[in-house]
Design a binder for this molecule. Structure first.
Ligand SMILES: [Fe+2]
Length: 211
């Protein structure tokens, strides 16, 4: 028996051609290829500028999506005496990075470009080292997160300078106000956890008790 075409026109009944049948499994050619920008937009920014900025923003987006996911991995897999506070902190930073992801992606679209979106494409593009699938101890989790922040922060500074040179004030503002500042603050909250401070006995009292 021949397979039924799910998108075949519903038979015309007494009530005309109106049908509640959803048209499923549709495919068609892309309406815009990745790596391109719309030719003309009323933004007073030339096409080559928008092309360079969207290319750079897509790199920043891929790294930010990877950092966001690294935070969720850390949130789920954290272990040890600081479990509770880190579990909460990692999720807070995850939420903030998710907002940054949306801000960058929408900037790419408004510049006439195409945002990278799917995890397989992000994995091919990011400069952040892939962690193992398994659990790692807290100092390693935090070090990985700090390394990822450093890649993003240094790219942000470069991008901000280049956007300024090209007259793309919006991208310059995004790189500094939305991405750089938030990343700097998260670095502070993370790096303080790698300071080797005593939990119960001050160093001096330990030395006194030993003598
Ligand atoms: Fe959770």
């Amino acid at each position: 028996m021949a397979k039924k075409d799910p998108n075949a026109k519903a038979p015309t009944g007494e009530r005309g051609t109106v049908s509640a049948q959803p048209r499923l499994h549709q495919r068609a050619a892309e309406i815009q290829h990745y790596g391109t920008v719309s030719h003309m937009l009323p933004l007073d920014l030339e096409e080559p500028v928008r092309l360079e900025m969207t290319e750079q923003l897509n790199l920043l987006l891929a790294d930010t999506m990877t950092l966001r996911d690294l935070y969720k991995k850390s949130h789920w897999q954290v272990a040890g005496p600081t479990f509770y506070q880190l579990h909460l902190l990692f999720d807070k930073h995850y939420g903030e990075q998710s907002e940054i992801v949306d801000t960058i992606a929408e900037r790419i679209q408004l510049l006439g470009g195409v945002s990278i979106a799917m995890s397989a494409d992000v994995a091919e593009t990011t400069r952040i080292e892939r962690p193992p699938k398994g659990r790692e101890e807290v100092p390693v989790q935090i070090s990985r997160l700090l390394d990822a922040h450093q890649i993003i922060i240094s790219h942000c500074r470069e991008l901000a300078r280049r956007a300024d040179e090209l007259g793309d004030d919006g991208t310059n503002d995004l790189a500094v106000s939305d991405v750089l500042r938030a990343n700097e603050l998260q670095v502070w909250f993370l790096s303080e956890h790698l300071v080797d401070e005593p939990l119960v006995h001050a160093e001096d009292s330990r030395l006194r008790n030993a003598s």
